[in-house]
Design a protein around this ligand. Structure first.
Ligand code: GAL
Length: 352
């Protein structure tokens, strides 16, 4: 028979067990959480700040960069600022607070984003400028393409098609240091022809926010000002080229005059096949994203990265990696964009 003492012992055991169970339940959860925390703390944590996802390429940059960071065993948080400087700066603050080891930044505004470098350095976080340069700051690294060369390739291909007459230049966003370099490269090719009087630059305008609709509006005013007497257009990327070609189609000039582009967007490559766009500039986003992820890991490990070149950003000579851009016309789509696996044949050659 059970004595009171038995009950006491039984009860005490039961409470002890209860306590143990109570303690044990949280323990496995707690240890899982602790384990997760420890792994996260040990894992390289990269912050990837994008200006926008407006253009097709930035989706590819995001995907390829995140994939490579995962391959290298790290974790990444990507935020896009939708073209707003203050949003991009507060996103940088947020990621620094969350403990990123390094920030990889596509600046919306070359100058305004210097504040991100300052904030990061106050927290001992280094900054890599991705594709676009952050100017006037103590920036750590810069990885991109030879962007002046991009502009040269665009203008050269247009001049290969038409080398006399009225030219229009439809640039990128002036807040983007790349747009300045693209225009500089294009002028390296056009200026001698302007000086010789072979061509006249009758319209020359940057495009606010790289917005294709703004580019279309600008091209409509250029046509209006020139009575549709325009013989060629150097447009800074495929987005602005699309806007230009829409404008040209309102006066039956689409496919009649050469138009440049950049970024190998699917619709642009289809326009090249159709004959309404003359060329695009292919930049291997895969190479850029992979090398940037590798660079971020080395920076997070505290390594100094030797680079073949530096770029002066108005304050310092920034250690830089500049990759080679490639001209794509209807003659070499297969051996460039398709061979690289950036776009596939079926998507390009089958009309949507
Ligand atoms: C530039 C970039 C281009 C183009 C543009 C618009 O900085 O180099 O590839 O996409 O931004 O987003």
């Amino acid at each position: 028979m059970k004595t009171f003492k038995n009950y006491l012992v039984g009860g005490a055991t039961f409470i002890l067990l209860l306590t143990l169970v109570a303690c044990s339940e949280p323990t496995s959860e707690k240890s899982a959480a602790e384990a997760k925390l420890i792994t996260e703390q040990d894992t390289v944590f990269i912050g990837f700040l994008l200006d926008t996802l407006q253009d097709e390429r930035w989706y590819n940059d995001k995907e390829l960069f995140e994939e490579e960071v995962a391959n290298l065993g790290g974790r990444v948080k990507t935020l896009a600022a939708n073209g707003l400087d203050d949003v991009q700066i507060s996103q940088a603050e947020l990621l620094i607070e969350e403990g990123v080891d390094v920030l990889v930044v596509v600046p919306r505004d070359a100058a305004a984003s210097a504040a991100i470098v300052e904030l990061a350095h106050e927290a001992d976080v280094k900054v890599i400028s991705y594709d676009r340069l952050i100017t006037n700051s103590d920036l750590d690294y810069y990885i991109s393409f030879d962007n002046e060369r991009v502009g040269e390739l665009q203008a050269q291909e247009i001049v290969n098609n038409v080398d006399t007459g009225n030219f229009a230049y439809i640039g990128g966003a002036e807040s983007d240091n790349n747009a300045i370099l693209f225009r500089q490269g294009a002028m390296n090719i056009l200026q001698p022809l302007i000086d010789s009087g072979d061509i006249e630059l009758v319209y020359d305008q940057y495009t606010e926010g790289w917005n294709p609709d703004v580019a279309e509006e600008n091209m409509l005013s250029a046509l209006d000002e020139q009575g549709d007497d325009i013989d060629a257009v150097v447009a800074a990327n495929d987005g602005t080229a699309g806007g230009v070609i829409n404008a040209l189609s309102t006066v039956g000039l689409d496919g009649e005059i050469p138009v440049s582009g950049q970024d190998a967007e699917l619709n642009a490559v289809r326009r090249i096949v159709d004959g309404t766009q003359t060329m695009t500039v292919y930049k291997s986003i895969n190479t850029l994203a992979v090398q940037a992820a590798e660079m971020a890991f080395k920076v997070a490990a505290g390594d100094d990265i030797p680079t073949e070149t530096t770029v002066n950003n108005g304050q310092i000579d920034v250690p830089s990696i500049l990759l080679e851009p490639i001209t794509v016309t209807e003659d070499n789509i297969d051996e460039t964009i398709i061979q690289d696996g950036y776009l596939n044949e079926e998507d390009i050659y089958t009309t949507p």
